[in-house]
Write a protein that binds this ligand. Structure first.
Ligand code: AMP
Length: 272
């Protein structure tokens, strides 16, 4: 079957509604495109869970970017994304435009007010408001039985789970493990910004996280990143469920890193 391509929200919604009424199990994989193997792993996870329809959305959502962030230069490659989705077995791709996702005088947003306060939410004001709003819209358009997110964006996955719980969305959230390059670097669309020299420096993140043990010092991790030439945005240890700060890494904690490698902001994490 040829993969379906939707651009109009209403058309995607109509098709998904019909598929759902026909008994199809629908999976949604929300992305910002420039797809890589991390995204493909989410499609594979959807397949393994028996989805009949796998809808991949590709949308660089302007609302989740801050004024001095990389919205304009974020990599976009629709043709390659479509080919990758088709090759991996997705059944539909949704490529909306900002204008048809946010109509004139759009004025309703979704705010998560607990888990999104710290970490990336603290450094990127309004980011999770943008994420929650677009994901809620995608849920209403695709009627998924489940949606797949990556552990790469650990805080995002927790925030979305909370949104689903608190707003009674009738679907399950699946979180898939972080896909890494052979070197250990977590795959990311933003890795495309890195020069060879920067890629070398960026390895300090996955290496440092990989070496963590219960009781390890976060200060030492932070210093090792700075020593490699990165500028640390945060290195934090939190309870893996509540995201409340914890002094030291131990079982049940997640250690999260955000660091600038040149102008590129990279994130990674490890659950102990
Ligand atoms: P993005 O296109 O970066 O917004 O990511 C879309 C989805 O893919 C999110 O749920 C991410 O967590 C997930 N994702 C991105 N990179 C990876 C990776 N290296 N491994 C697993 N999932 C990822």
């Amino acid at each position: 079957m040829k993969i379906k391509v939707f651009r109009e929200p209403a058309k995607l919604q109509k098709w998904c509604r019909a598929r759902k009424l026909a008994g199809a199990k629908i999976a949604l994989v929300p992305t910002m495109g420039a797809l890589h193997d991390g995204h493909m792993s989410l499609i594979r996870a959807a397949k393994r869970r028996g989805a009949d329809e796998i809808v991949v959305s590709v949308f660089v959502n302007p609302v989740q970017f801050g004024p001095n962030e990389d919205y304009e230069k974020y990599p976009r490659d629709e043709k390659a994304d479509l080919a990758k989705c088709a090759a991996e077995g997705a059944t539909a791709v949704f490529f909306p435009t900002p204008a048809n996702m946010y109509l004139d005088r759009h004025s309703v947003y979704v705010n998560e007010e607990d888990l999104s306060r710290g970490l990336c939410g603290g450094r990127r004001p309004g980011h999770f408001r943008g994420v929650c709003t677009v994901v809620a819209k995608l849920f209403n358009l695709a009627h998924p039985d489940f949606a797949v997110f990556g552990q790469k964006d650990y805080q995002q996955a927790q925030v979305i789970r909370r949104m689903v719980r608190d707003l009674n969305f009738d679907l399950k959230i699946v979180v898939a493990p972080i896909v890494r390059e052979k070197s250990g670097l977590a795959r990311s669309s933003r890795n495309a910004y890195l020069s060879d020299a920067e890629r070398g420096k960026a390895l300090a993140i996955s290496k440092g996280l990989g070496e963590l043990k219960p009781g390890s010092s976060l200060k030492a991790l932070s210093r090792s990143l700075e020593k490699a030439g990165l500028v640390v945005d945060y290195v934090e240890c939190v309870d893996a469920e509540t995201l409340e700060p914890r002094k030291m890494p131990k079982k049940g904690c997640c250690v999260l890193v955000a660091a600038f490698c040149g102008k590129t902001r990279l994130i990674d994490n490890r659950v102990l």
